[in-house]
Design a binder for this molecule. Structure first.
Ligand code: PGA
Length: 234
């Protein structure tokens, strides 16, 4: 197989990923393209529901998602952690508190991703399991927009630690110390079981496995909630 991979000279690779992976997968693709310069790569970034739809329609070669679907016949495997953290403006009164209960958190106005988002799904599940319903102040279609709205004091939000990858030194945002957080999750790569992967797609999966651990370790260090120790918080 390895020698086959050396023959990967040209071809097309179509990758579709959930919103949080847009910080990580392009780095991986950059390295992949350096190794295989002849390959033409396209990357689609969208939410979980649309990823699942694209998978059902067989639009791409490899998919990356955060919450595995229940009734789809797919090949799926976790490759990197994707913890969810609670964010508030650093001036928010809860930013100084420790060990905040989910009940207390549920009293705050929430900024939520659109329906179809995997982050929204996990967040709603977390509170529903505790018999709590969130007060949604605003629905926003992007993690970046949510970060800006949180910073401006509109409300609090649950986001993937990865969405803060470029904002580590931001002093406008604070991670809240909430019981049950960070929610531990993973990124998974996936493709339909009946799909015959191209040689290029096989090479990419192999590459993803080899490289993501290595890039990931370095990249995950310093993300809030990783390693998931509460004393890590500033
Ligand atoms: P989403 O998925 O973009 O559908 O919210 C992100 C994630 O689950 O990490």
């Amino acid at each position: 197989l390895v020698s086959d991979m050396k023959g990967v000279k040209a071809g097309k690779l179509r990758v579709a990923v959930i919103t949080t992976a847009k910080y990580f997968v392009p780095r991986l693709l950059g390295l992949f393209c350096q190794r295989y310069p002849g390959i033409d790569v396209s990357l689609k970034v969208t939410n979980r529901e649309r990823i699942l739809q694209r998978m059902a329609d067989n639009q791409d070669d490899i998919y990356v998602l955060g919450t595995p679907p229940e009734n789809m016949d797919i090949q799926i495997e976790p490759f990197l952690e994707n913890p969810l953290v609670v964010l508030a403006a650093s001036s928010h009164p809860l930013a100084k508190e420790k060990n905040i209960s989910p009940q207390r958190l549920a009293e705050e106005p929430f900024l939520m991703r659109e329906p179809g988002s995997g982050i929204r799904l996990s967040t709603e599940q977390f509170f529903a399991e505790r018999g709590l319903q969130l007060k949604v102040r605003m629905e926003l279609g992007s993690n970046e927009a949510i970060k800006q709205a949180v910073a401006s004091g509109l409300g609090i939000a649950v986001l993937s630690a990865h969405t803060l990858a470029l904002d580590r030194n931001s002093d406008e945002l604070a991670y809240l110390d909430v019981q049950g957080f960070p929610i531990r999750r993973n990124w998974y790569w996936a493709y339909p079981k009946d799909k015959q992967l191209s040689v290029v797609a096989q090479a990419f999966l192999k590459f993803l496995h080899e490289e993501s651990k290595q890039i990931g370790e370095k990249y995950l260090q310093g993300l809030p909630g990783f390693p998931a120790q509460k004393d890590d918080k500033k």
